[in-house]
Write a protein that binds this ligand. Structure first.
Ligand code: GTP
Length: 339
C-alpha cells in the first residue's frame, strides 16, 4: 500500500478540517455547497446569513431561497455566471451581487466556486464555493464612480464656459459682431493666404458720418441703436463664414473680403453706403423717425505693393479720409500704385 492509498485516520481528518477552517476564517471566506440536481443547499454559508441578521432557521435551505434575497438587478448576472460554469464556458464560477439583510439594507458579496465532481459520468452535481463580504470595496468603487461622473460634468461646464469666454473675447458686446481683435487676426491670416495663393483680397473700412451730432441731437441710446442697425445692415451683405465683419472702433466698422477684387469690393461698398443711407432707424413710432445715418467707406484691395495687412489697413484708412474729405456718404478706393 503506497502513501496515496493509505486510509486517512480520524485524527488526520480533524487536523485537515482545523487547518481549512483557520484558512477560511483568516481570509474572511464562508464555505457553502449546493446540490445541483436537487437544488438543495447542502452546506450553508452560515456566517454570511448570521452577518445579514438571519437566524439559523431562516438561512436558505434551497438555492431558490437565496435568489429571493439577491438584489433584482443582480439575479440575472448571478444565474448567468453559474450557467456559464456549468456549461464549461468558465473554469470557475465567480460573481458579485447584493443580498438583502434582515433589516432591509443591501450588502455586497462576492462568490467563487467550482463543480468538484465534474469528471464524474453524471457531469457533476456538487457546486462548492466561498462567499466573502466586498461591501466596503463596492461602496468605495461607487463613490469613485460618482466622483468621476461629477468631474466629467464639471469638465463639460468648464469647456462650455471656456467656449463662451473665447466667443466673448472676439465679440463686440454692443453689436454682437466681431471686435477689432478678431478683425486683425482674420485680416492677417487672409493676407498671408492671398499672398501665398495669389488670390484676391479686399478690405472695407466704414465710418459713421457726423456721429457726434447724432449723439448730441438724439442722445447716446439712439447712437447705440444706430450702431446696432448699421451692423445689422452690414451683416446682411457679407458672406457667412467667409467675410469678417467687425466693429473696429467707436463708430468704425471693417470688413475683410477674401477672393474679392477691387471692382467687386467697390460695388459692394456702394450698395452698403446706399443701404445705410436709406435704413429706417429702429425704435417706437415717431421716436427716431427723423434720424438718418450715413457712412463713408474706404476700399483697398490686395496688390504686390502691400507688405502686410497692417499696411493695407493704413491705406484703407487713407481712402476713408478721402471719402470724408469728399463730403461724406461716399466711397473712395485706393488705386494700385498710389503711395
Ligand atoms: N452712442 C455711441 N457713441 C459712440 C460710441 N463710440 C463712440 N461714439 C461717439 O462717436 C463720436 C465720434 O465723433 P467724431 O470722431 O468727432 O466723428 P464724427 O462726429 O462721426 O465725425 P466724422 O467722422 O468726421 O464724420 C463721438 O461723439 C463718440 O462719443 C458708442 O459706442 N456709442
Amino acid at each position: 500500500m503506497n502513501a496515496v492509498d493509505k486510509p486517512i485516520s480520524n485524527h488526520e481528518t480533524e487536523v485537515i478540517r482545523e487547518r481549512l477552517e483557520l484558512a477560511l476564517e483568516a481570509a474572511g471566506l464562508d464555505l457553502w455547497e449546493n446540490d445541483l440536481i436537487s437544488g438543495v443547499v447542502t452546506k450553508k454559508a452560515s456566517k454570511v446569513f448570521a452577518e445579514l441578521g438571519y437566524s439559523e432557521a431562516e438561512g436558505a435551505a434551497l438555492v431558490e431561497d437565496i435568489f429571493r434575497i439577491v438584489h433584482p438587478d443582480d439575479v440575472d448576472l448571478l444565474k448567468t455566471a453559474v450557467a456559464d460554469h456549468l456549461s464549461g464556458k468558465t473554469a470557475q464560477y465567480r460573481s458579485e451581487f447584493r443580498v438583502k439583510a434582515k433589516n432591509g439594507t443591501w450588502i455586497w458579496y462576492g462568490n467563487y466556486g467550482r463543480i468538484m465532481d465534474a469528471g464524474k459520468p453524471d457531469g457533476g452535481r456538487r457546486l462548492i464555493g466561498v462567499t466573502f463580504n466586498i461591501h466596503e470595496r463596492k461602496c468605495r468603487e461607487q463613490e469613485i464612480e460618482l466622483m468621476n461622473r461629477q468631474l466629467q460634468d464639471q469638465n463639460q461646464l468648464l469647456e462650455r464656459a471656456n467656449e463662451q469666454l473665447l466667443t466673448l473675447a472676439i465679440t463686440d458686446s454692443l453689436t454682437g459682431i466681431y471686435n477689432r481683435r478678431k478683425f486683425i487676426e482674420a485680416g492677417e491670416s487672409e493676407f498671408h493666404r492671398a499672398h501665398r495663393q495669389q488670390t484676391g483680397l479686399s478690405l472695407l473700412m466704414l465710418d459713421v458720418d457726423n456721429f457726434k451730432e447724432v449723439n448730441d441731437t438724439w442722445g447716446h441710446a439712439a447712437g447705440d441703436a444706430a450702431l446696432r442697425a448699421i451692423a445689422a445692415v452690414c451683416r446682411l451683405s457679407v458672406r457667412h463664414q467667409v467675410d469678417t465683419l467687425a466693429r473696429i472702433g467707436g463708430e468704425e466698422f471693417g470688413i475683410v473680403l477674401p477672393q474679392v477684387n477691387l471692382d467687386e469690393a467697390f460695388n459692394m461698398a456702394e450698395r452698403l453706403r446706399r443701404s445705410v443711407a436709406e435704413m429706417p432707424m429702429p425704435g417706437e413710432p415717431g421716436e427716431f423717425d427723423q434720424l438718418r445715418c450715413s457712412v463713408s467707406i474706404g476700399v483697398v484691395s490686395m496688390s504686390e505693393q502691400w507688405q502686410s495687412f497692417e499696411h493695407m489697413l493704413q491705406h484703407a484708412d487713407k481712402a476713408l479720409y478721402l471719402a470724408k474729405q469728399s463730403g461724406r456718404n461716399t466711397v473712395r478706393a485706393v488705386q494700385q500704385g498710389s503711395p
